[in-house]
Design a protein around this ligand. Structure first.
Ligand SMILES: Nc1ncnc2c1ncn2[C@@H]1O[C@H](COP(=O)(O)OP(=O)(O)OP(=O)(O)O)[C@@H](O)[C@H]1O
Ligand SMILES: [Mg+2]
Ligand SMILES: [Mg+2]
Length: 595
């Protein structure tokens, strides 16, 4: 009897030890879920189900089939390149090569319609040029492949395509090895030896994803929690790395950190604790999933002690695989303040949910955007064909954060809020031969009596820069246009489907914090024409300028669950990092950095 108990205890101790060593600190609470937490988790699961978050078995099988075909194509291509390199056929047969997935599909949290991120790993005689030439050509010949485009000059070069209905982002890395067996372990830092930066960056996605999965105490609860947070972030318009919010991997790391701090908690509790932790996080304290390692291979890592630019990152969330990077370098003052407010609101809602006062659906209601601001800049992107439009909108989107940066630097503007959702210009409003999309930026101004603001030059500068870049990469055609208009809230109805603003208004009457229904932002093209002429000069004059701000009232949440009240959050937070204070020569004020 004693020995049985003892062995059970030993097992438990071992598992506790494993849990305790995951992350930079010991957990805040080791409490197991109570019955009510399991009930709330079931409710969460069925709420997510309603939003089509989970794919059916049929859809999952289709993805497997697509990946199988890609794998086959990669093998064939590597063989043919090997023969071109004068390797004997028998050797060409055995050099291998593999396709690894990463991103949300690999994490097991992809929703319907999400892309598959894949990496093609090739032996050393297969060059990157071959990938962008002969492999691209092979893909072009496949009847299932549409929307094929190579983004060779990107920070992480990629071939994008739609393969039989599934979006694919395909990266390339060649290792310094003659053969790539299927069993090759990419987690070993030594695979990075002798590789160029582009290969290291491309390998990073797989290495980071696998490391995240290794660093969470319970993969299933991590997945369900992350699905909930991803849906919430999308519905609340704060899911986009390129626009300065957070992308999939950053959300995954925030959820993983929460899981480390509450290793046994159920997903419902973890969603609640997520908001609790990150509404109080002392940015720019970095979020780390483990002590950064230095494999001494000479690759640049995120380290504010060494790199001055890293000291200016506002919301560092550091990837866990060497060479560790900040995944959120696009975050700006505006996007961070928008996200922080959303964390606060998320906390209030999940407080209510956990108390049974409201349902999970409320967490996924989009907040008001069009009724929140009085002034907007609309960016109108036009081109002449669907193919051109895909490239042109992609380029404009990748540059939009620079316009937000310029607006932020304007002393009269306190907030420039970019809505990541782009809307189609109403059919009746545009030349039927053109494709036309719009992005909306909500503006908040200093509280002053009179405001005369001329943004014409800033916007002109932005459009010129985007056009110049398009010319430099040989994308530009005469039919690609980019225009900015300043509109007041009352003019929005000329650009948006009538339902959008009406729904926001109706819902804001019933609740202060959530003001539109989940489908209110869908694109429609049955809108009335915009009758007023465009405000080509972006001059804003007004006498009453400011609009609503978020309610930042304090919450009543408890950070520590029942059994573990001795481990206070403050202790945990200060333990999360050993921090030191350094003086930044550039701007004077002190900054807290990772040591
Ligand atoms: N800013 C970044 N920093 C580091 N890695 C990144 C960054 N953006 C993308 N990646 C890598 O590329 C992967 C795929 O990116 P992607 O934008 O497809 O997001 P995702 O996590 O797959 O979520 P989604 O479901 O939106 O596709 C990420 O999981 C990550 O490994
Ligand atoms: Mg993805
Ligand atoms: Mg992707």
């Amino acid at each position: 009897m004693w020995s049985t108990n003892n062995s059970v205890n030993n097992k438990e101790n071992k598992s506790n030890q494993r849990l305790e060593t995951l992350g930079m600190t010991s957990p805040i609470s080791m409490a197991s879920p109570k019955q009510i937490d399991l009930v709330r988790t079931k409710e969460l699961e069925s709420a997510l189900n309603k939003f089509g978050v989970f794919e059916s078995a049929h859809e999952l099988n289709h993805r497997m089939m697509v990946l199988g075909k890609l794998y086959f194509l990669v093998k064939e291509w590597i063989k043919s390149v090997s023969i071109k390199c004068n390797l004997p056929e028998s050797v060409a047969e055995s050099v291998g090569g593999k396709v690894c997935t990463f991103g949300s599909y690999r994490l097991g949290v992809h929703s319907r319609g999400a892309d598959i991120d894949a990496l093609c790993v090739a032996p050393k005689h297969v060059s990157r040029n071959e990938f962008f030439e002969s492999f691209y050509e092979l893909l072009r010949q496949q009847s299932e492949v549409t929307e094929l485009r190579a983004v060779e000059e990107a920070f992480v070069p990629v071939i994008k395509m739609n393969f039989d209905g599934i979006e694919i982002d395909m990266l390339f890395a060649r290792l310094f090895q003659k053969e790539i067996p299927d069993s090759m372990d990419l987690q070993d830092d030594n695979v990075l030896k002798n590789l160029d930066q582009k290969c290291v960056r491309s390998l990073n996605g797989c290495r980071v994803t696998d490391e995240i999965l290794r660093l969470v105490p319970n993969v299933d609860t991590f997945r369900l929690t992350l699905r909930a947070i991803k849906l919430w972030a999308k519905k609340h318009g704060i899911y986009s790395n390129v626009l300065g919010y957070l992308g999939g991997v950053s959300w995954a790391m925030l959820v993983a950190r929460t899981c480390q701090l509450y290793p046994r908690a159920a997903s419902a509790t973890l969603v609640h604790k997520f908001f609790l932790i990150f509404s109080k996080w002392q940015w720019p304290q970095p979020v780390l999933l483990k002590q950064p390692a230095n494999a001494s291979l000479g690759f640049a890592t995120w380290d504010p002690r060494v790199n001055v630019t890293d000291r200016y990152h506002l919301m560092p969330i550091i990837t866990p695989a060497y060479p560790q990077q900040n995944s959120t370098f696009n975050v700006s003052q505006s996007t961070r303040s928008i996200m922080m407010s959303e964390f606060q609101i998320g906390l209030q809602i999940t407080d209510e949910i956990m108390l049974g006062k409201t349902q999970w659906d409320k967490l996924f209601d989009p907040p008001p955007f069009f009724t929140k601001y009085k002034h907007f800049i609309i960016l109108i992107v036009t081109s002449s064909s669907a193919k051109e439009h895909l490239e042109w909108t992609g380029l404009v989107e990748s540059k939009l954060r620079f316009l937000i940066g310029t607006l932020e630097r304007n002393e009269s503007i306190t907030l420039a809020h970019i809505n990541p959702e782009s809307y189609s210009m109403p059919e009746s409003q545009k030349d039927p031969k053109t494709q036309c999309s719009m992005w909306f930026i909500g503006l908040e101004f200093q509280k002053i009596n009179e405001l005369n603001l001329d943004l014409t030059q800033d916007i002109q500068q932005f459009t010129e820069n985007v056009n110049k870049h398009a010319r430099n990469i040989h994308m530009y055609t005469e039919t690609m246009q980019l225009e900015a208009r300043h509109v007041r809230r009352k003019q929005l109805s000329q650009y948006l489907p009538p339902g959008v603003i009406r729904k926001e208004r109706q819902l804001s009457l019933t609740t202060v914090k959530n003001a539109s229904t989940p489908d209110s932002r869908k694109r429609r093209s049955t809108d009335p024409p915009a009758t007023e002429s465009a405000n080509k000069k972006c001059k804003i004059s007004c006498s009453e300028v400011n609009s609503t701000t978020f309610d930042e009232s304090s919450n009543t949440s408890s950070l520590v669950t029942n059994d573990d009240s001795s481990n206070s959050f403050e202790t945990s937070l200060s333990n999360t990092m050993t921090s030191s204070t350094v003086q930044s020569a550039e701007n004077g004020p002190t900054k807290t950095v990772c040591t």
